[in-house]
Design a protein around this ligand. Structure first.
Ligand code: OOG
Ligand code: NI
Length: 447
């Protein structure tokens, strides 16, 4: 039996090999990321591994895919389910960008700490909002939905294997091989000619809509490695002549703790594609859709920490430096970030009584705090990544609305499975660690 986590690790590896063969610039990115990580590790030693072992960080990737219908989303959830990846979080990108990005999204990923440590592969997954009148009029919506209803992204054999794998928590060796082959193939760029007129009609509205609903298959849109120093990586990519987008998204560079997520990308590259012209001829052209992205991860913030982040991120960097906590201790004591807490063995030997507040326990050496890594995404960065890779802004009718009220509950219903709340997952992990600590905190001290 091949357990889900081994399927996940193998899937991530094979997807990476496939994507490297399709997008050579991705291989350059991996090379530079590997060099930066080696350098940070030899310079900083153990500190470099505070937010994950170098094995985890080296293998770590996130992918992005985009689908057209709730049915396709339900199917993709089943494929990821067999890989031990569950939907976490709800992101509405429709208002987060100036360009037309008519999607709502979630991220599929492992949720338990042991599973994340084995392989944290995650996929940012977006669903086209076909019934949003700001983007699609009734006629276009009808034709789009008809087109999407006719296509099949995942062969029935893949879905059956996925169902079996999810039910059993893994697959027997032979079926595992078949499942992985079919799953990787489902995310490959299809050689099927693109209907030029249809693609261009959708592109007028939104390049994202064309990428999703203008073709008969889905594909991995980017695959993102994790790097330990993203500013250094940015410099080295530019030195190699790769034009990066003009900034790193997320928290500013500073000498305090890394929090949440910093990301940057290079522009989409023109890839050769076949087209079917209106007169039926097949021609060869190119599309600029897929790009390269890289990220650095930091500590997960609590709701209060996130509110502070959202407030300060719109301010100049000096305001951030003046107001955001500069140490992990302050993040912990002010309950702005998530940690697991571990009692220090032997500390009670001299008979002293432990204090009952977190600051006292930390400062007196009774417990140590280990940061919980942020495993999710940031809507503003995600929208920025979408937008920076679009040639055209598309169109949007500001007065109109969607027929469906898209939210986390709607998404869960569409997938027929619960969507986890990222804050709740971290809080539960922190609480479990505190419950194992023999030091009782005052009730009002409980994080
Ligand atoms: C997804 C963009 C969002 C991220 O890392 O924030 C994303 C897409 O382009 O489909 O991947
Ligand atoms: Ni991404």
């Amino acid at each position: 039996m091949v357990p889900a986590w081994r399927l996940r690790a193998a899937f991530a590896r094979r997807l990476s090999d496939m994507y490297g063969a399709e997008v050579p610039a991705y291989t350059t990115l991996l090379e530079v990321a590997g060099q930066v990580n080696d350098d940070v590790l030899s310079k900083s030693g153990a500190a470099a591994e505070r937010l994950g072992s170098i094995e985890r960080v080296t293998a770590e990737r996130h992918g992005a895919i985009r689908v057209g219908t709730p049915r396709e989303l339900r199917q993709v959830a089943r494929v990821f389910g067999a890989l031990g990846m569950e939907p976490v979080g709800f992101y509405d990108l429709r208002d987060a960008a100036d360009s037309a990005v008519p999607v709502v999204s979630t991220a599929f990923r492992p949720v338990r700490a042991e599973e994340l440590a084995r392989n944290p592969f995650r996929v940012f997954t977006s669903l086209l909002t076909c019934d949003d009148r700001r983007f699609f009029d009734a006629d276009l919506q009808a034709r789009l939905q008809e087109f999407l209803a006719r296509r099949q992204l995942f062969p029935p054999e893949l879905l059956e294997l996925a169902e079996l794998g999810e039910r059993e928590g893994g697959l027997p060796e032979e079926l595992a091989e078949r499942f992985l082959t079919l799953a990787v193939a489902a995310f490959e760029l299809s050689p099927e000619p693109v209907d030029r007129a249809w693609y261009e009609e959708l592109e007028e509205v939104s390049a994202v809509a064309a990428d999703i609903g203008g073709v008969t298959s889905t594909h991995i849109n980017h695959l993102t490695p994790r790097v330990l120093d993203i500013d250094e990586l940015y410099r080295r990519m530019e030195d190699r002549g790769v034009a990066m987008i003009d900034r790193i998204q997320g928290p500013p560079r500073w000498d305090g703790p890394d929090v949440l997520l910093r990301q940057t990308s290079f522009r989409a590259l023109a890839e050769p594609r076949a087209f079917r012209e209106p007169d039926g001829r097949i021609t060869h052209g190119s599309l600029r859709v897929r790009f390269g992205e890289v990220e650095a991860r930091g500590i997960a913030l609590t709701r209060a920490g996130r509110a502070l982040y959202d407030e300060l991120i719109t301010e100049p960097a000096e305001v951030w430096a003046a107001r955001f906590p500069r140490t992990e201790r302050e993040l912990a004591v002010r309950r702005l970030a998530f940690f697991t807490y571990e009692p220090v063995a032997g500390r009670a030997r001299d008979g002293a009584r432990p204090p009952r507040d977190l600051a006292g326990l930390l400062d007196g050496g009774w417990v140590t705090a280990h940061p919980i890594v942020y495993e999710d995404f940031l809507p503003r960065s995600a929208a920025g990544i979408f937008q920076s890779n679009l040639d055209r802004a598309g169109t949007r009718d500001a007065g109109a609305r969607a027929a469906t009220a898209y939210d986390q509950e709607w998404l869960a219903g569409a997938m027929e499975r619960p969507v986890h709340d990222p804050f709740d997952l971290c809080a539960a992990q922190q609480d479990r660690s505190l419950a194992r600590t023999p030091h009782a905190l005052d009730p009002e001290e409980t994080p």
